[in-house]
Design a protein. Structure first.
Length: 277
């Protein structure tokens, strides 16, 4: 029934911005639960097409200490052999959808149609209201931003398409990364990115001033980056007339962490843990 509801929603064109948060128990540690915040529409969370992919904010919470243990990105991609979930491995989320003729968008709709769990909702909201939750979320968001901008840590990616990868660019004394990267990494839509506190750090250059070149074809022998291709890629993405940018600073990271926390507090929590599909 869940898959049928998702398929009907997709056929009716109900991909207009429906946010959802779904929880899953970690399979290896009983004290850990993972929240996935997604959206059934929007350019940041859903890459449509013949082989669509979808992206989720992933937040791992310790129910004993109330601390956020990890802030990351999960994604589902549609391949020639079916769907492939990235960073769902310590939960049984993707087990519900294996051996089915589905694409990433249909799975996304199914997750958005999962039943609301009063138990998960009350537990998550109680945890999120604690100072331990807020401070640890700030710490993990800071770390995730560092993986985007610090070459010593490597560059953050979820999935085969590298849709979250970016190289920071500099204008004057300001460091900036693509708004797409920030939106996909932290589960934020364009409205959130360009209004309120986050809007102060966003640099809009227009919608049709060029495409974001994907992070592909930049690796040579022995998985090493080819410097000349990286330089050309960065030069394109650094152009002021091509990509919307987000400024990286102490203030913007705090605003991002607050936005992530508000995103998790904004909705009741759904789950598939107790559903036998």
């Amino acid at each position: 029934m869940l898959i049928q509801a998702a398929s009907l929603g997709n056929k009716l064109g109900l991909e207009t911005m429906s946010k959802f948060t779904i929880a899953a128990q970690n399979s290896d540690k009983a004290n850990l639960i993972t929240l996935f915040a997604g959206n059934t529409g929007g350019a940041y969370q859903v890459m449509a097409g013949l082989k669509p992919s979808t992206h989720f904010l992933k937040v791992e919470i310790d129910r004993n200490t109330g601390k956020t243990m990890d802030v990351n990105t999960a994604s589902i991609e549609t391949t020639s052999w079916g769907i492939w979930g990235h960073r769902f491995g310590l939960t049984k989320m993707m087990d519900h959808f294996k051996d089915r003729d589905l694409d990433a968008e249909l799975v996304n709709f199914a997750m958005a149609s999962a039943p609301i769990s009063n138990a998960y909702t009350s537990e998550a909201m109680a945890i999120l209201s604690t100072p331990e939750s807020r401070s640890s979320t700030h710490k993990e968001v800071l770390w995730r931003v560092r993986t985007l901008v610090d070459p010593g840590l490597g560059h953050h990616s979820a999935g085969f398409k590298g849709a979250e990868l970016d190289i920071p660019t500099y204008r004057g004394k300001k460091m900036l990364v693509s708004s797409v990267v920030i939106g996909r990494t932290f589960g934020l839509d364009t409205t959130q990115m360009y209004t309120g506190k986050l809007g102060h750090f966003s640099r809009r250059v227009g919608k049709f001033n060029g495409n974001r070149k994907p992070w592909i074809g930049l690796v040579g022998d022995n998985d090493t980056l080819q410097a000349e291709k990286v330089a050309a890629w960065q030069a394109h993405n650094a152009r002021p007339d091509v990509l919307n940018k987000f400024e990286i600073s102490n203030e913007s990271v705090i605003a991002l962490a607050n936005a992530v926390h508000r995103r998790l507090e904004a909705q009741p929590i759904r789950t598939l843990d107790t559903l036998n599909i």
